[in-house]
Ligand binder design. Structure first.
Ligand code: HEC
Ligand code: HEC
Length: 402
């Protein structure tokens, strides 16, 4: 008999004294003994953080002038048509660069949930539909998009020239002054904003400490990880099959799936997801096949080169990272699930008819008990840092621009 099953039994029998005794004896018990196969699956979710690597497609990746410029522009509402919308209006640093809304609201209300941007540099594709294959073009779209900021080159150039530090950092990064007539102006600005976003990662979490302790054989540290999270982890890497898609240190395989979320948009639209994303990506002059990719080898463009929209891509959305979830509610591409509890219920009660028509074959309704659902939620929560994140450090003004 396990500790979890003895408790309700004692309660039913009204044995209060024994119940208190059992509670003491059971503290620390009911933690799963992981099998060797489970241990190696757990190990595959680390180590964290991942090492820094410059983006070969962005020549100012890691450049101090670009990082400082990108930081300033991320918070700059004057880039937008009404001078009121900045990147940070939707991507709030205090919320893991999310906005807490169901769907984003810029110049107008959109149809998709704002993704958080912590660890964004580790992504393979950008946007819920993978409409971008690199971070700088994903950063250029919102500046121009009439629904988000509705900006244009002349306005961007004016903002850059309005402050000597902006002007100077632009020159430091790109070797010329900002000029509205320069076809590279907007892409350069986007590369600078990307360079700053690349510096935004998230620290190790209670899960990471547990995973590392298991690796070292450090039972004492491992014991500090709550039993509920351990049981949830076992469901995650086992019966739930969650780790098939939410794989690796980022908890995403970087690809796309259909988990049975509705793709209808009120009143009568449809979000084609990945299928539309591939079409937009291939038509975009700022993709990695285009002239603005700074990787001379073009090795970074191979994935894009062979991409074609297929029928099965309809209604697929990007497998999101599961790090920092406690900062980034609500969830899913349309923000339709408000809490992690609701997400777990979705996977527990999946509609098989809908899934077998379009969705992923590995997904089956899990029919989790209340306790198992709480365990899985406890595990998902343990993928966020235990303490609130400090505000981003302001990158220093480079010496030449002081
Ligand atoms: C109106 C709110 C809003 C504003 C303003 C905004 N974004 Fe976003 N951002 C979104 C939404 C919504 C998405 C998802 C878009 C999609 O799936 O097509 C997104 C996606 C992204 C992504 C892709 C992230 C990922 O995980 O795939 C990046 C990068 C990004 N935005 C950066 C920026 C930058 C840089 C700016 C400023 C130049 C900006 N955003 C302005 C709402 C906004
Ligand atoms: C077949 C691949 C696949 C499997 C298996 C899978 N997921 Fe997902 N998951 C996705 C996709 C794709 C989305 C985004 C769907 C959308 O927005 O329409 C997602 C979204 C989520 C989200 C929302 C994250 C956010 O930021 O919005 C959470 C949490 C989540 N999954 C947890 C789980 C758990 C727990 C399991 C196991 C019970 C699981 N997933 C199994 C593919 C998968």
């Amino acid at each position: 008999m396990t500790c979890r099953s003895i408790e309700p039994l004692l309660k039913r029998l009204g044995l209060a004294a024994l119940l208190a005794l059992a509670a003491t004896a059971c503290a620390g018990a009911d933690k799963p003994e992981f099998t060797a196969a489970e241990l190696s699956r757990i190990a595959a979710h680390g180590p964290w953080p991942l090492p820094w690597m410059a983006d070969p497609g962005n020549r100012v990746s890691g450049n101090a002038s670009a990082i400082r410029l990108g930081y300033a522009l991320f918070f700059e509402p004057r880039l937008s048509a009404n001078r009121r919308v900045a990147c940070a209006s939707c991507h709030d640093p205090a919320r893991g660069f999310q906005d807490g809304r169901t769907v984003a609201r810029g110049l107008v209300t959109g149809t998709r949930n704002t993704p958080g941007l912590l660890n964004v540099r580790h992504q393979r594709w950008f946007g819920w539909d993978g409409g971008h294959d690199n971070l700088w073009s994903a950063s250029l779209r919102p500046i121009l998009d009439p629904r988000e900021m509705g900006g244009k080159a002349s306005r961007v150039a004016r903002v850059l020239r309005s402050k000597s530090t902006l002007d100077c950092h632009y020159a430091g990064a790109f070797g010329k002054r900002p000029d509205a007539g320069d076809p590279e102006l907007l892409v350069n600005v986007a590369k600078a904003i990307a360079a700053w976003q690349e510096t935004r990662g998230s620290p190790a979490t209670p899960f990471d400490e547990f995973r590392d302790a298991l690796q070292r054989g450090d039972a004492q540290t491992a014991a500090a990880y709550p039993a509920a999270a351990q049981r949830g982890l076992r469901i995650f890497v086992g019966r739930g099959q969650c780790a098939t898609c939410h794989a690796g240190p980022l908890f995403s395989n970087g690809e796309f799936g259909d988990i049975g979320m509705p793709f209808f948009i009120k009143p009568n639209g449809v979000d084609p997801g990945r299928q539309g994303g591939i079409k937009r990506l291939l038509a975009n002059p700022y993709n990695l096949l285009g002239a603005y990719n700074d990787d001379a080898t073009r090795n970074n463009a191979t994935g894009t080169k062979f991409l074609r929209p297929e029928h099965r891509n309809f209604g697929e959305f990007k497998v999101p990272s599961l790090r920092n979830l406690t900062l980034t509610a609500p969830y899913m591409h349309n923000g339709s699930l408000a809490t992690l509890r609701e997400v777990v219920r979705h996977y527990s009660e999946l509609d098989e008819d809908r899934l077998h028509a379009d969705g992923e074959r590995i997904l089956k309704p899990l029919h989790l008990s209340e306790e198992e659902s709480s365990d899985l939620v406890a595990f998902l929560e343990s993928l966020s840092p235990a303490a609130p994140l400090p505000a981003p450090v302001v990158p220093p003004i480079v010496a030449a621009c002081r």
